[in-house]
Ligand binder design. Structure first.
Ligand SMILES: Cc1cc2nc3c(=O)[nH]c(=O)nc-3n(C[C@H](O)[C@H](O)[C@H](O)COP(=O)(O)OP(=O)(O)OC[C@H]3O[C@@H](n4cnc5c(N)ncnc54)[C@H](O)[C@@H]3O)c2cc1C
Length: 466
């Protein structure tokens, strides 16, 4: 146990809790994944970035770094493919293509992949938004939609986007979404998709052939939760305009990107173009809820890996023998030691939350785990940001430059406090859930108080200090 390679990544305490729940197959895959990370992925990071052209700007969106393809081929051969695709019913729905792990097993592997958050998930076909989109297609797609989109996504031949957030609309409350419609076209035979979205991840990618678009299909439905459907739009259609790639603190995340997109009357037919065909009309809300559960947790799993990598970088910097300030090495200053200790403790605590949420999904499905997923969703990215911030601080000005990956980590992680719903929305929900306990709490406390008064009486006491 003491020299298991997983202990380079997760705490011995966490591993002792999860190891008994790991199958032999998962243990074997874990070792393979760690080797793949250390021999192939981590050494390829710099080359990956160097292979993304800088000039002309359009070239950034025109090709995929060849090293990524090399890594993907190797991951496939090693069986490190679609690891996110959990077992059980879902595996069957997706045609049994790889994965087959429990969410708990995947949580440990996703954290390890988080150490190279940009490269490892893509290399193993485990990256957002494709994973969530594959889940939608597997659970709700018609057999033709699965054949056309799910199978090539599972094989890693195409990429996809999930298109929900609307330009000029407060989209964190999804009932507000109204500027994108898919209403009958003049012929009455098709739906015409019109709307203006933004922050659509992956929309710049040359491999992208499918946007899953949340659009109003039944504007007069009395229930705001039944007005929308998910429609499938090919971004290569002439009526789709990729207006611009947006940047996060200056980073464009090419070649995938996060883009502003206009759908200007793209025609789709109901059977092929609405997720689930006719039966999928009006079910947009129901489907996005199912999509966002495990996907939110996958982000948290990887975030812990990013925070751990930041702590590793911090440790190396403060141990640099060439850096002394005020007569001491950085690692000898009390505040630095405190930063290290807090970072260690916060990462290890956050991991336990994520593992608990993953286990709850395994036991009761994503619906049964919403409370645990919600808590992880609003605590883990903030925890990781704090750790990265400490790592940047010990680097002095270099910490905010592009000479270390820390500034990029910070920018990426900061967006997770919005993506898949801002923190406040999850905080509000968890707060409301807690308040639901009050009635039962009151009756329990009342019962204990009665027993306590009775005991005092029996012992002839009228008042106690507590
Ligand atoms: C890098 C990146 C990638 C993204 N990728 C995608 C994608 O692929 N597809 C997609 O559809 N969208 C994507 N998004 C968009 C993201 O999902 C939205 O930004 C998010 O849902 C919030 O919507 P909004 O920006 O319209 O904020 P608004 O709805 O305008 O909310 C603004 C702020 O209001 C506050 N707020 C909201 N509700 C409450 C509340 N209940 N209590 C207190 N305060 C509240 C919060 O502080 C919130 O941040 C991405 C965003 C980023 C940054």
């Amino acid at each position: 146990m003491s020299d298991h390679p997983v202990l380079r990544y997760v705490s011995a305490g966490a591993w002792s809790l999860v190891e008994p729940l790991f199958s032999q197959r998962a243990k074997d895959l874990l070792i393979k994944l760690i080797d793949f990370m250390e021999i192939d992925v981590l050494p390829s990071e710099k080359l990956f970035h160097a292979q993304i052209p800088t000039h002309p700007p359009e070239a950034r969106w025109a090709s995929i770094p060849p090293i990524l393809e090399t890594l993907r081929d190797k991951a496939k051969k090693l069986g490190l493919w679609n690891l996110w695709l959990s077992g059980g019913d879902f595996q069957g729905m997706a045609g049994g293509q790889g994965g087959g792990l429990s969410n708990l097993e995947y949580a440990v592997m996703a954290e390890i992949m988080g150490h190279s958050a940009i490269l490892a998930p893509q290399a193993t076909n485990c990256s957002a938004p494709d994973t969530g989109n594959m889940e939608v297609l597997a659970r709700y797609g018609t057999s033709e939609q699965k054949e056309k989109y799910l199978v090539p996504l599972l094989k890693g031949e195409i990429r996809s986007s999930f298109s929900m957030t609307e330009y000029g609309v407060a989209s964190s409350d999804a009932t507000n979404l109204r500027n994108t419609t898919a209403l009958p076209s003049s012929s009455g035979k098709t739906l015409s998709v019109k709307g203006h979205k933004w922050w659509i991840t992956g929309a710049g990618d040359p491999r992208n052939v499918i946007h899953i678009v949340l659009a109003v299909t039944d504007p007069k439905n009395p229930s705001p939760h039944k007005r929308h459907s998910l429609v499938l739009v090919d971004p290569r259609a002439k009526d789709v305009k990729i207006v611009r790639p947006l940047t996060v603190f200056g980073y464009d995340d090419a070649p995938e990107g996060h883009c502003e997109v206009v759908y200007d009357g793209v025609e789709v037919d109901v059977d092929g173009g609405v997720v689930g065909g006719k039966a999928g009309l009006g079910r947009g809300f129901e489907i996005i809820q199912a999509r966002l559960g495990p996907g939110r947790l996958h982000h948290c799993m990887r975030s812990i890996g990013i925070a751990s990598r930041a702590l590793d970088i911090l440790l190396q910097r403060v141990s640099d023998p060439n850096r002394k300030t005020f007569g001491k090495y950085l690692k000898e200053h009390g505040t630095v030691l405190a930063d290290i200790a807090h970072s260690r403790a916060e990462i290890d605590a956050a991991r336990l939350l994520v593992l608990a949420a993953a286990r709850r999904i395994d036991i009761g499905g994503a619906k049964g785990a919403m409370q645990d997923i919600g808590i992880a969703k609003f605590t883990v990215p903030s925890m990781a940001l704090k750790v990265i911030d400490r790592a940047m601080q010990v680097h002095g000005a270099e910490g905010v430059s592009e000479d270390t990956p820390l500034a990029y980590y910070y920018a990426s992680l900061r967006t997770l406090r919005y993506a898949d719903g801002p923190d406040e929305v999850h905080i509000q929900q968890i707060g409301k859930n807690e308040l639901k306990r009050v009635e039962r709490l009151r009756s329990r406390i009342e019962r204990i108080k009665k027993e306590s008064d009775k005991l005092l009486n029996e012992h002839g006491k009228v008042k106690a200090r507590l």
